[in-house]
Design a protein around this ligand. Structure first.
Ligand code: SF4
Length: 377
């Protein structure tokens, strides 16, 4: 199993809560970036000439839908000519409402994209304005209709919760509107105030109020219950899918399988040995210079030893509803997880449940995940 991620670090404008590596880019910068990605594809293939066929490809960002259908098509064609690709590969593109129309979506579909992830974030115009999004709720709904008309039958929608002044009933209203759009997959993210963002500054100045812990927990439980009732499986802390529609690409991350990554700011994971993580520094001029000199733009970020690999395996698996398989863990590391982390298992005994020979967290465990997982690190 192997995967490929392409990072497109450009957006129409910078959202005030976002700490991802992205910047506002001109058409010329986008065109040049596609050329750089082509150079990057060739150099990456030279570094990993025996990579197994790609089973998932993911265009993430930033806003990949700022690239035209022709540009996405040419990148996919070049990837297909360079790497082996499984004939049933999942090919996802992240798109933002307000940056796509029907023709463009048809073009993406014809180019081979078979899964669309739409960054709707909210279906309330006041919230969208607060979040600095460029689209309205109507445009978000229109983009879903256009995606269906373009032939996308695997559609994921993102929605944010825990917004300032958002109460349970307004969240429930937005969720109902979202469910009316009948997505196959939904990602639900609580707003966080990340250091260095405009929102963090506004929070400090008292201009914004963060959602309190109790309301956050109530909102998370409400989302879980409503999504379950609507037939979705809550298969990862923030992700819900209709049966058979889990995101295969993200499962690669949670299972610590190989994912090669291209583009400025991208991270690769190589599953050989205990694992290595590589990254491309978030610095466009350096990225350009290295690639134009025929050099590899990625640098080794972390080479895992056994202990670090074990901790990360636990950390990632407990995010998922499938949990941490005892047998698989023993095959990899020689002992069962509770034998290697006896203190952590004792401290978290209340929240860890053994189901079908896998350790799993319940909903309360997911709510306390950051605190709880520190016992394993
Ligand atoms: S569109 Fe997405 S990646 Fe771009 S600034 Fe907004 S939140 Fe960040």
């Amino acid at each position: 199993m192997s995967s490929l991620y392409l990072h497109i670090p450009f957006c129409s404008s910078k959202c005030p809560y976002c700490d991802f590596f992205s910047q506002v880019g001109s058409q010329e910068q986008l065109d040049e970036y596609v050329e750089l990605l082509n150079l990057n594809i060739r150099i990456l293939q030279q570094k990993f000439p025996h990579n197994p066929p790609l089973e998932t490809i993911f265009f993430g960002g930033g806003t990949p839908s700022l690239l035209s259908a022709e540009q996405i098509g040419s990148l996919l064609k070049y990837i297909k000519g360079t790497f082996d690709i499984d004939k049933n590969a999942e090919i996802t593109l992240e798109a933002n409402p307000g940056t796509v129309d029907l023709d463009q979506l048809r073009g993406y579909r014809q180019a081979g994209v078979n899964r669309l992830s739409l960054g709707i974030q909210s279906l309330n115009d006041q919230h969208l304005q607060l979040l600095g999004r460029i689209h309205t709720a109507d445009q978000a709904q229109d983009s879903v209709i256009a995606a269906r008309a373009a032939g996308f039958n695997n559609l994921s929608l993102d929605l944010m919760f825990a917004l300032p002044d958002q109460d349970l009933s307004s969240l429930e209203e937005e969720l109902s509107l979202l469910l009316e759009l009948s997505p196959e997959h939904v990602s639900l993210y609580g707003l966080s105030f990340e250091k260095g963002t405009e929102f963090a500054v506004r929070l400090q100045r008292g201009e914004l109020t963060a959602c309190g812990e109790n309301l956050y927990a109530d909102q998370y439980r409400l989302l879980h219950e409503r999504m379950n009732a609507a037939g979705f499986e809550h298969y990862e802390i923030s992700n819900f899918a209709r049966p058979g529609s889990r995101c295969r690409h993200n499962q690669v991350y949670w299972r610590r399988q190989t994912c090669l990554a291209l583009g400025c700011g991208a991270h690769s994971f190589i599953a050989d040995g205990w694992g290595e993580r590589w990254h491309v520094p978030s610095d466009l001029p350096t990225y350009r210079r290295k690639l134009q000199n025929g050099q590899n733009a990625c640098e080794l970020l972390e080479s895992f030893d056994r202990q670090a690999a074990m901790a990360e395996t636990v950390y990632l698996a407990l995010r998922t509803a499938d949990g941490l398989s005892r047998k698989r863990f023993r095959r990899q590391f020689g002992s069962f997880p509770e034998e290697l982390f006896p203190d952590a298992f004792r401290r978290q005994a209340e929240r860890l449940k053994l189901v079908d020979d896998s350790w799993r967290l319940d909903l309360q465990g997911w709510l306390l995940y950051d605190h709880l997982i520190s016992a394993f690190l």
